[in-house]
Ligand binder design. Sequence first.
Ligand code: 3HC
Length: 278
Amino acid sequence: MKVSVIGAGTMGSGIAQVFAMSGYETTLIDIFPEAVKKGKANIEKSLAKLSEKGSINSTPDKILGLIKFSSSYDDLKGSQLVVEAAFERLDVKKDILAKVSSNVSSGTIIGSNTSSISISLLSSFVKEPENFIGMHFFNPPPIMKLVEIVNGNRTSEMTRNKISEISRQLGKEPVIVNDYPGFVSNRVLMPMLREAIVCLEEGIGSVEDIDKTIKLGLNHPMGPLTLCDFIGNDVVYDIMEVLFREFGDPHYKPPVLLRNMVYAGKLGRKSGEGFYKY
Ligand code: 3HC
C-alpha cells in the first residue's frame, strides 16, 4: 500500500516516519523544499535515536529508503491513503484537500491530522467525503501510542474500519470518536494548558514552578508550559481559537500572553524560545 503525507513539519515528518517504520512505501510532500529538507533531517535524527536503543527492527537507511521526499503533488499518484498534516488553518487545509482530491484515484482514503477543525467541514472539500476521516497523531508520532480516529458526518464504516486496522498495523492504539470541537484529546488538554498560562500571567508562580507542580504533583511527563513549547505555541494558540469560537466558553479563550508570544515569534522549541530558551 502506498501512503502519502502532506506537510513536512514536526507532525507530518513524524507520521511519514511511522508509516515507513511499518514497511509502507511513503511519500512526504511539502510545497516548500526547505520544509522537506527539515522534515528529512527530523526523521534522520529520530531514526538514529530509535536505532541506538534497538527499538526498530530495520536499519535507518532501509526505513529512509522507503520514503520519497517531494515538493510536487504529482507524486500523490498511486497513493491508497493520503494523510494531510499541514498548518492548522482552514484556508490552507481547504486548498490542500481540494488539490489532493483531484490528484488521487477514486477509492483513496484521505485522512486529516487536524487537531481541532471539523472533519465534517473538511470532508466537504474532497470529492468522496465517505472516504474522508480524522487521523489524529500525537507529538512525537514515533513514540506516542494513540491515534484518535475522528468520524465525520459522512465517513463510511468501511473507511473507519480500514483506518483502525492500519493504525494497529502501525503499532498504535486507535480510539474512535465523533466529530466535535477538539475531539476528546484537545478538548480536555487545552483548558489545562490555558490555565497554566493564566497562572503565569497572574503571577501565581514562575514558569519552572508551574511546570514542577504539574509534573511532580500530578505525575505528568512534562509540565504544561514545557508541553506548550513542545507542541508549538502557534499551534496551541490556533487550537484554542477554534475551540473558543466553537464553544464560546472562556475556558478556551487564548490568553493575551500566548498571543503576544506568538506575535513575537516565541513559538517554543522550534523557534529556539518560548516559555523557555532552547
Ligand atoms: N523520536 C524518537 N525517539 C524519541 C523522540 C522522537 N521524536 N522523542 C523522544 N524520544 C525518546 C527519547 O530518545 C527517550 O528514549 P529513552 O527513554 O529510551 O531514552 C524517550 O523518548 C524519552 O525522551 P527524553 O528522555 O528526551 O524525554 P522524556 O522522558 O521527557 O520523554 C516524551 C519525551 C516522550 C516526549 C515525554 O516527555 C512525553 O510523553 N511528553 C508528553 C508528550 C505529549 O503530551 N504529547 C502530546 C501532545 S498533544 C498533541 O500532540 C496533539 C496535538 O493536536 C496538539
